[in-house]
Design a protein around this ligand. Structure first.
Ligand code: PLP
Length: 449
């Protein structure tokens, strides 16, 4: 065996293909044996510390193979909104697994997906009524972009194929989604030039910026299929927030110039910003909305692209070429749909939005001590999202390892240290998260700023 300690305190590199030291305490065989064959996400494989070996999860806890326990302050990339292994979600997945784990969705339909579609249409902003299922957030975005371009083609306007996208946007890792993310400074900047080019603008925040967006769109309307935005919170592109009235103003401009408005609620959907969907706070109905992440309560991948009747109707025709030609093999997977229905049950039965309110109140005050620290650029909180933005990231592996040392799973990236915990996190656990965050950022400030 080629085991290696899962200690996050060890930042010693183990590059791809290199053999790790044998038999360190607490390191399971599968980690060392499998590590040489794995390619990890967002990781420089030559220098990245070996990942922590996870034995199990429950509630907001991640249990490591070496016996340590971490409070998850990220809800597994913002998916596990009810915490891990929720008995209702797990029970519904098990029940569905006995009936039918999967069946293709072409020409066949099944109860969990059709019930889910009906339930989503009932809770989404009025007018969003046709649900196209896929298997991830990135693919939900791909489908939205494709829908928008074909909407215009089907109406005889082949030239409308560009999108307005925003600086600091992140919409996923597939090609179309990368192209509407921040291709100047974002994580996909290397691909600038190979991706389709769209219009990358700043999110307008002032009256004159909003007027400038209006002018911009007015002048290029014939080229533009749609505008895509993460409503209220641009998440993985740096956790930049904008106000509901800004969102409403952008929506109004799109409506005025008949440009499709696509709301990517993959990160914000299902309570994260304090309303069930961020668009609700602005009182808007987008033409197309993308959902994923917390849709299944974090249990299984599922994406949904939801359109208004107007968008859907543009695909109706005697001509087969006007159909939406998309259909991932695992779309509408019954296990995922069962998990999503169970997650919606929990939103109905339990006071999730009140819990978000309580988390928001806590985060608004608890991270403030960071503001005075050298090297800290900004501290902000909104809904169940708390962010400490640094002037510049230094000592990233050190920072990540220190959080693990404090028993908290936080994973800073770019120049942000942030938390997006499960919406069910207890006040005591949340306090442990924010205490650790403030303490370690203060240590970081003394050491690196
Ligand atoms: N859209 C937004 C707003 C996201 O935050 C993400 C992921 O972080 C995605 C799309 C991509 O989702 P996935 O990772 O499921 O492909």
């Amino acid at each position: 065996m080629t085991g290696r300690s899962a200690s996050a305190a060890s930042a010693e590199p183990i590059g791809a293909g290199r053999v790790a030291p044998d038999d360190e305490a607490g390191s399971p065989d599968w980690l060392g044996d499998g590590y040489r064959h794995i390619w990890l996400p967002y990781a420089q494989m030559q220098t990245s510390p070996v990942p922590l070996a996870v034995a199990s999860t429950s509630g907001v806890r991640i249990r490591l193979s070496d016996g340590r326990e971490l409070i998850d302050a990220l809800a597994s990339w913002w998916t596990a909104c009810h915490g891990y292994n929720h008995p209702h979600i797990v029970g519904e997945i098990k029940r569905q697994a006995d009936i039918m784990p999967h069946v293709m969705f072409g020409g066949l339909a099944h109860e969990p997906a059709l019930i889910l579609a009906r339930r989503l249409a009932a809770i989404l902003p009025d007018g969003l009524e046709r649900v196209f299922f896929s298997d991830s957030g990135s693919v939900a975005v791909e489908v939205a972009l494709k829908m928008a371009v074909q909407f215009w083609i089907n109406r005889g306007m082949k030239g409308r194929k560009k999108f307005i996208a925003f600086r600091h946007a992140y919409h996923g890792d597939t090609t179309g989604a990368m192209a509407v993310s921040d291709t100047d400074d974002g994580m996909h900047h290397l691909f600038k030039g190979t991706l389709p080019e769209h219009f990358l603008l700043e999110v307008p925040r002032t009256k004159s910026e909003i007027a400038a967006l209006d002018e911009f769109i007015k002048g290029r309307r014939a080229d533009i299929a749609g505008l895509i935005i993460e409503p209220l919170v641009q998440a993985a592109g740096g956790f930049k927030f904008h106000r509901p009235d800004t969102l409403a103003a952008i929506h109004k401009i799109c409506a005025r110039h008949d440009v499709l408005f696509i709301a990517d609620e993959v990160a914000t959907g299902f309570g994260r910003t304090g309303t069930l969907f961020a668009c609700e706070a602005a009182g808007i109905t987008p033409d197309i909305m993308c959902l994923s992440k917390a849709l299944t309560g974090g249990a299984i991948g599922l994406g949904a692209t939801v359109a208004t009747a107007r968008v859907f109707d543009a695909f109706l025709s005697d001509d087969p070429d006007r159909a939406l030609m998309h259909g991932p093999s695992y779309m509408a997977n019954p296990l995922a749909a069962a998990a999503a229905n169970a997650s919606l049950d929990l939103f109905e039965r339990e006071p999730r939005l009140d819990q978000v309110g309580a988390i928001a109140d806590h985060l608004a005050g608890a991270l403030e001590p960071c503001r005075a620290l050298a090297g800290v650029k900004d501290v902000r909180a909104f809904g169940a999202i708390g962010v400490v933005e640094l002037d510049e990231m230094r000592g990233l592996d050190w920072l990540r390892a220190r959080f693990v040392g404090e028993g908290v799973w936080l994973r800073p990236f770019a120049n942000v240290v942030y938390t997006m915990p499960a919406l069910v996190i207890s006040p005591a656990d949340l306090t442990r998260v924010t205490d650790a965050l403030v303490k370690i950022v203060a240590e970081w400030s003394r050491k690196f700023a």
